[in-house]
Design a protein around this ligand. Structure first.
Ligand SMILES: Nc1nc2c(c(=O)[nH]1)N[C@@H](CN(C=O)c1ccc(C(=O)N[C@@H](CCC(=O)O)C(=O)O)cc1)CN2
Length: 256
């Protein structure tokens, strides 16, 4: 039977480590890290994620700077807000929750965030450095980074493995592929235009499914597919999504 990676336990360990770092910063430098979490509009899912981020800040001692903006804010006013946060010395990181309303150019906003405060790692310079050999971004997108932490803290060696990523989004699929490549995996990306994705997934040692769309590989995706592989005796370990998300971000490591 497959071993389920206990993501909640690993997250609790990481939060304890971050809390200790924050406490050390505060006692040695009398400095409290500040994170601005910006939300535009009132999408229910975005509000849930933003609330989780703000709560997580409070739990580890990071000062959360809450910026809630109306759905009809103009692009120019949002840029001005980002510039204000860039200039605020008490704000060390800025997260602008995505997606933004349709009338706002997401690329423009992400480019305006100072790269030193771009904790999401979505600024084109940070993503560009992530893609380049011998360069390191200042920050890496958090869900891909989380996948890599789950692998390393579960004792999985990535070097030399065949990794298949299902999905090519800017937020998860693309950056996790780049991180796996940097960690010396041989990486394939399966997406909506890939013919016969199942044959590619079959060859994998590590599969990260982040497609945002069901039935992409074969009947059933995400957790149901992981469970099927587990029953076939090929899954060594896997993560299963919790109750909050779409159930489409799943990772599994296969037996050869
Ligand atoms: N500024 C940002 N905006 C958005 C990001 C982001 O990283 N930065 N990512 C998503 C929304 N999001 C966090 O904000 C997010 C959504 C879903 C998940 C995820 O892992 N979901 C799992 C279930 C996890 C669980 O319920 O425990 C799943 O769907 O299977 C992570 C992050 C868009 N906007």
């Amino acid at each position: 039977m497959a071993q389920i990676i206990d993501g909640k336990a690993i997250a609790a360990d990481i939060r304890r480590e971050v809390a200790a770092e924050v406490a050390a910063l505060s006692s040695t430098h009398n400095a409290v890290p500040g994170l601005a979490v910006v939300i535009v509009g009132s999408r229910k899912d975005s509000q849930t994620y933003v609330n989780m981020k703000r709560k997580a800040c409070a739990e580890v001692g990071i000062r959360s700077v809450d910026v809630d903006l109306p759905e009809d804010i103009s692009e120019a006013a949002l840029v001005a807000e980002v510039h204000r946060l860039n200039a605020d010395p008490a704000v060390h990181g800025i997260l602008v929750q995505l997606p933004l309303p349709k009338h706002i150019n997401e690329e423009k906003i992400l480019t305006e965030i100072s790269i030193e405060k771009d904790v999401d790692g979505f600024h084109p310079l940070n993503i560009g450095k992530l893609a380049m050999k011998g360069r390191e971004p200042l920050f890496v997108p958090c869900t891909p980074k989380g996948c890599m932490e789950l692998l390393s803290r579960s004792g999985v060696t990535v070097k030399g493995k065949r990794a298949v990523v299902v999905g090519r989004s800017n937020i998860v699929g693309l950056p996790v592929s780049l991180l796996l490549l940097k960690a010396d995996a041989t990486v394939s990306i399966v997406h909506s235009r890939t013919p016969d994705p199942e044959s590619i997934v079959r060859e994998a040692d590590i599969v990260i499914a982040a497609a945002g769309q069901a039935m992409m590989v074969s009947k059933g995706t995400g957790s149901s597919q992981a469970l099927r592989l587990s029953m076939l005796g090929r899954t060594r370990s896997m993560t299963l999504p919790g109750s909050l998300g779409t159930g489409l971000l799943v990772m599994w490591i296969l037996e050869r």
